[in-house]
Design a protein around this ligand. Structure first.
Ligand SMILES: [Cu+2]
Length: 467
């Protein structure tokens, strides 16, 4: 097996079909395995029709070989160890060394042959989500094909008939296999100039996914339906998600697919975008309007486009606040306003590790060096130029810079704000605010009931509640 770097070094040899023997071409294409969770530079096509490649956030594009005009890819379904963010790895299932699998990039009209080798302990298939294809290539185990048993390789072949944004995932023991991270992205570029598909300077893509990994463990719980504790983009959690680095006035496209079990309102700061593509391909121009948040429902793909004409470090995240938190935030009782003075030291005599959390809100969690179980991410973290960012999960930044070179995707570091453009503390004297001292009205008068005793449920932080 080859690492992608070696493959690129020898790409000239591998893809020049005419110079490879018939015997070699009859064999399986050698699988390319990715060893790192870093964002790889765009894979510029060196065979087939030209196109402007995408950049997969914390991911990569699978190289192919041309075999008599057919683009051949080799996907290997296998157990992988994926770093979710520095300090935490998860034991997942994926493709070619990572979860999600590599992005497949082809051009409208390409004939594509995909070899799928199963190195999992159970059978699998791949469904090519959103594609027009012969029914027997649709990948639903039992319905369209026999299951791919462990150790076996199946061949899928079809023509990528329409341009757009697609995904792939198993249609075999789906609940387990998707909860374990088996999924990938697919982009079909237009063959000729399409009036509904604009040329862009930067084209990013990533999948929304989620895991339930108990603090201190490594393998996701596969039976979880909604209460996941790791909300990820391409199986990465902030601060492990790379920033989207662009040049001032670049036209930017971001393609997002959702393979979690809930919807994600994706929100961009500082700019307005258009939804230029959905599951069915490019949207008619008459349906486009400017937004700053778009909901991506389960099983959907969305393409957003905007002009990056405001310099700075702009937050880009899911707007469900629990989805920008990591594992520790989910089972903590609300303590805002509860006075713990003197209590903690008494409780510590009984439970030595006891800590008071959240009586002034949860922001302390980002600053405190809390003792965490092994292989567990802090609930929210990430040092920004002004302090902790207090985020986790589905969060990253769009970095817009005047001096970012075309085609350069390197992180330019923190934005240097021009003098006088950062919010600052007011140091003058404060006038007493003029408050109105009347209660609000209501449409129907309320009858005052005699008060009854209130029952309070007390829980120790971190105790497993088993709800
Ligand atoms: Cu979300």
């Amino acid at each position: 097996m080859m690492k992608r770097r070696d493959f690129l070094a020898s790409a000239g040899l591998v893809v020049a079909a005419s110079s490879v023997s018939r015997v070699a071409m009859a064999a399986l294409p050698e699988p390319v395995i990715q060893a790192t969770p870093d964002t790889m530079p765009p894979l510029v096509p060196n065979s087939g029709r030209p196109y402007n490649p995408v950049v997969t956030l914390n991911g990569w594009t699978l190289p192919w070989r041309m075999n008599n005009g057919v683009k051949e890819f080799h996907l290997v379904a296998e157990p992988v160890v994926r770093e979710i963010a520095p300090g935490m790895v998860a034991h997942l299932w994926g493709y070619n060394g990572q979860s999600p699998g590599p992005t497949i990039e082809v051009v409208e009209g390409d004939r594509v042959r995909l070899f799928v080798t199963n190195k999992l302990p159970e059978h699998t298939t791949i469904h090519w989500h959103g594609q027009r294809l012969p029914n027997g290539m649709d990948g639903v185990g039992g319905l369209n094909q026999p299951q791919i048993q462990p150790g076996k390789t199946f061949v899928y072949e079809f023509v990528a008939r329409r341009p757009g944004t697609f995904m792939y995932h198993p249609h075999a023991d789906e609940m387990t296999q998707m909860a374990m991270g088996m999924m990938g992205f697919w982009v079909t570029h237009p063959k000729i100039r399409n009036p509904l598909i604009d040329e862009v300077n930067r084209d990013f893509c990533f999948l929304l996914n989620a895991y339930d990994v108990e603090p201190g463990s490594y393998t996701p719980k596969v039976n979880t339906m909604l209460d996941f504790n790791l909300w990820t983009w391409n199986s990465r959690s902030f601060p492990g998600i790379d920033s989207l680095n662009v040049r001032l006035n670049d036209k930017v496209r971001i393609r997002i697919g959702n393979l979690t079990m809930t919807n994600h309102p994706i929100h961009l700061h500082g700019h307005e975008f258009l939804v230029t593509g959905t599951d069915g391909g490019p949207t008619p121009k008459s349906t486009r309007w400017y937004e700053v948040t778009t909901d991506v429902a389960v099983g959907q793909m969305r393409q957003i486009e905007f002009l990056a004409d405001e310099e700075g470090d702009w937050a880009f995240h899911c707007h469900k606040s629990h989805h920008t938190m990591n594992a520790m935030g989910h089972d903590v009782p609300t303590m805002v306003g509860v006075d713990h003075s003197g209590i903690a030291s008494k409780i510590r005599k009984l439970i030595p590790d006891y800590m008071v959390m959240g009586e002034r809100g949860m922001a302390d969690m980002a600053e405190m060096e809390m003792p965490l179980p092994d292989n567990t991410l802090p609930m929210m973290t990430g040092q920004g130029p002004f302090g902790p960012v207090e985020m986790g999960g589905m969060f990253t930044t769009l970095k817009v810079r005047k001096d970012q070179k075309p085609g350069d995707y390197k992180d330019p570091g923190w934005f240097k704000h021009p003098a006088g453009t950062v919010a600052y503390e007011f140091k003058g004297s404060l006038a007493e605010p003029n408050r109105a001292h009347s209660a609000g009205n209501q449409a129907m008068p309320r009858v005052t009931q005699p008060s009854s005793p209130t029952e309070v449920r007390v829980r120790k932080p971190n105790a497993h509640t088993g709800h």
